[in-house]
Design a protein around this ligand. Sequence first.
Ligand code: 0A1
Ligand code: ZN
Length: 896
Amino acid sequence: MSDTASPAVIRRADYAQPAFLIDSVALEFDLVPERTIVKNTMRLRRNPDGAPGARLELMGEALELVSVALNGVPHAEHRAHEHGLTVENLPDAFELTIVSACQPAENTTLSGLYVSSGNFFTQCEAEGFRRITYFLDRPDVMAIYTVTLRADKAAYPVLLSNGNLVEEGELPDGRHFAKWEDPFKKPSYLFALVAGKLVAIEERIRSGSGKEKLLQVWVEPHDLDKTRHAMDSLINSIRWDEARFGLELDLDRFMIVAVSDFNMGAMENKGLNIFNTKYVLANPETATDTDFANVEAVVGHEYFHNWTGNRITCRDWFQLSLKEGLTVFRDQEFSADMQGGDTDEAARAVKRIEDVRALRQFQFAEDAGPMAHPVRPESYVEINNFYTMTVYEKGAEVVRMYQTLFGRDGFRRGMDLYFKRHDGQAVTCDDFRLALADANGRDLTQFERWYSQAGTPRVSVRTAYDSAQRRYAVTLTQHYGDCAPAARETQTGPLLIPFALGLIGRDGRDVPLRLEGETQAAGTTRVLELTEAEQTFTFVDVAEAPLPSLLRNFSAPVVVEYDYTNDELAFLLAHDSDPFNRWEAGQRLATRELLALTARAAASEPLSLDDSVVAAFARVLTDESLSPAFRELALILPSEAYLAEQMAESNPAAVHAARQFMRKRLATALRAEWLAVYERHTASGPYEPTPKATGHRALKNLALAYLAELDDPVDAIRLANAQYDAANNMTDRAAALAALLAAATTAGAAAAQPALDDFYRRFENEPLVIDKWFAMQAMQRGSLDRRIIDVVGKLMAHPAFTLRNPNRARSLIFSFCTHNPAQFHAEDGSGYAFWAEQVIALDALNPQVAARLARSLELWRRYTPALRERMREALERVASQVKSRDVREVVEKALA
Ligand code: 0A1
Ligand code: ZN
């Protein structure tokens, strides 16, 4: 944390190579919570390609300098300052030994070395290593590390670091030590150590080439029964990376460690991944199907970083998407393959739909606001603010477009060339793009704009059918619409947009496609390459006017503008062979209805829903040929946040009223169908987290949620109570509780109270489950006589609540501020006042978490005037009191 008044802006254009390089580092830790001593012995040499100059500028933060020695001799020519340590009068190659101290027990930022539940952990990405020792803490300085850990043996029996354990033993006074060597050079952000009372499950496997590997998942002793799924996910990840990309685990030993205090999801430290407990621990009693899927995805993500991130890393932090976009793409493909193999398109589509839904709800919103930035940002004040949906999720879409353009084989050729050229290096997004281009014999110069332009592109579509000539012309126009100023200033020209399209005949079948100039039809989905501002693609030999299926499988991260009629959308929902677009048709239909309803609600006009819309949803609900997982996704209405985003002026209360109206209408009109679906998909027998069983539970629990919307929710209350009592898994138990909370809005709070109390008692000793308990209450609907801000206020005083644990803070505060828009945006501004108070309180403890919360008001300019004014006041209050660079950057950009 730093208290600068006008924090410095770091620019991509200013990149310069380091003046010195570090070949090796030997770190010795004397681990004591109050004051840990770190002895750091580095072999340095002047970088022949770096800027000349005699000084060595090492970064350091929150450190106490003890001593400096050059080649073993005390060296007086140094100066410690706010940002680090300057050392002068140095030869071209030398050994520098620095001893310093830090205070892990006091470290509430969870960056650097800190204590959680009495154990030691580190988090070094992006710039935490400088809080452990003075260093060239930048990713293009890669060194070989040897680490010796010394600590009290009774308190810290387990001592872990990166790489291989080479020595361990006893020391006087009840202390012991362990020495670790990492054979691969790495940037400092991948350093890690863990020390404490932990236990592990282990597996020994043979990797593709036959070498034995030791795999471990380390947790606190009481969590050992929640590690199996993480271990299975790790083994599946290792197998998948071998099969799909020919990438093998390069270490003899690979460890995952769970920690309950963690700012993000997990961290890919070389050979020693450190995970938020939320993404490791899972057993049927405590984790939902979504939790199981998230564990699999995050274990995969961190494991895949071993090649995309660790073996090849980023030259500088502007290149963050080089590793993150690519690794998210890899984890998405892994999860899709685990769902449906690589051939079951309908099963794979479930994952695709979930990913696109998140992208559109959160990344599109980011791209429309004051924090909009390109996938490769041009500048930042605090790099921790750039671990964003844009860098991660839009970055993954950009990587996916290479695969869409070149096919899986072409993408693999590009990856192979990337590793051949750059293994062991710190490189840029351009290097990745060039490897893909060269391996496929293509010029991808224009494609760079996906990395440099912010804002969500829009593609407008016009079609014309000429029955005499049997020609069908599709004209695509790309533009950015009315986008945020932060995005506008980055836009320089048209993008290369892979636009996948199919044409559907009146019989509901795909039409074989033949473009003008081709001799015969080939395939039923074509990837058109849109490279100009406007282009027309003409299909010939088209017997009747078709219906276009646009942007199949969401082939590019854009918004498609095309005026389908409701009947056409209903037809696509029933017939499109592309499962993604089938879902998309239902979403478009619902979005259009909901926006119309919102306008009426805002004008206090009566609401009504066309029978044809109800009928379209009824067909999906009762279509047994569709998988339950797909039906569930198709029957969930677009979220309130997504809908508010689509409006010129967001009005959360009206959106909520509209969406609730439609849910109630679908519940009432289809009551018998929901009940039948509930019964049919209720399984007995042991819990299994398989895609099939997960799909049945999802659909059944959606039916329960709809039934809870009825004016008289007796059925829902009866079924939910029975389900709650009989549940053998958290998915069903939590869904039952959520349904009771929803039913309580009409039936009275007493309907949910017994289950709510039981849930707390039952899981009192399971922090991740108690997080759910807080979150469900923070996200519940309010009523005229029950404001959820009051519920949240009471829960803030609950003995189990603490601001210091990020998961807990997120479960209550973030759930309310970002997942309960109708209550958060109360007209009286009470939500905003609460937000300001919490941002300021968190800022003093943990700026990274505070900055995330700060972002929930960044779209303030897009709301109705009364709300806008109150939001601005809250932002100004925070701006006047905030201390950290992290929060300052967010609120200043919002107010600018
Ligand atoms: N590289 C990690 C994300 C991460 C980033 C920063 C952290 O601490 C500030 C922690 C984790 C990933 O992509 O999984
Ligand atoms: Zn990552």
